[in-house]
Design a protein around this ligand. Structure first.
Ligand code: FMN
Length: 180
């Protein structure tokens, strides 16, 4: 199959997650094109059998540029298998309230763009203290404290569950997966 992966990333973890997905698909014999959303303006969706879209949550939202891409391409996305990967730190905590909030963020993102994702998966991201500026670093240290997460304020900490992600990718799209 021919897969397209379109992603938005702010500190780099979603790119790493998409690279992993691309490597998995390649190793299964599929062809994969992976593009950062800003470089995907002219992409021809008709050339692909299935599309993965991925973005990360910052202050309760996915990246607006990913939303713009999805809104522009919704008609083509709605007639092929699609998977939305939502990267966040809240999902790492296993709190049902956080999970419900992430579900509604993802659903609102899709609804606003007129898109019906075939599947939505939440993926735990990372603290990237090596990428944050001073104020982000302060904010993220505060968030880590609130959540009781032990971090090194000068290093990175990854929560992504790579084996679980490999399982999602190897089984997708399976028999179903088309939009709606
Ligand atoms: C300024 C800032 C705000 C964030 N806001 C949220 C949030 O509201 N909810 C959440 O679960 N994670 C939040 N995160 C965590 C990110 O989703 C997480 O670090 C993710 O790995 C970032 O992916 P990226 O490196 O691809 O941008 C935030 C991170 C930063 C730096």
């Amino acid at each position: 199959m021919r897969y397209l992966i379109i992603y938005a990333t702010t500190e780099g973890q979603t790119r790493k997650i998409c690279r992993f997905c691309a490597d998995q698909l390649n190793s299964q014999g599929h062809s994969v094109e992976m593009l950062r959303v800003g470089d995907a303006e002219d992409v021809e969706l008709a050339l692909f059998d299935a599309v993965i879209l991925a973005g990360s949550i910052h202050i309760g939202r996915l990246q607006a540029e990913l939303g713009d891409f999805v809104a522009t391409h919704a008609p083509a996305l709605n007639v092929r298998p699609t998977l939305l990967l939502v990267v966040s730190l809240a999902i790492a905590g296993d709190d049902p309230k956080d999970r419900a909030e992430l579900d509604s963020i993802a659903q609102e993102f899709a609804d606003d763009a007129g898109w019906k994702p075939g599947r939505i998966e939440h993926v735990a991201g990372a603290f990237r203290f090596t990428e944050y500026d001073f104020f982000r670093s302060l904010a993220m240290r505060w968030i880590a404290r609130q959540r009781g997460q032990k971090i090194d304020p000068h290093g990175d900490k990854e929560y992504t569950d790579w084996p679980a992600l490999a399982e999602v990718i190897s089984g997708w799209p399976g028999d179903g997966g088309a939009g709606g």
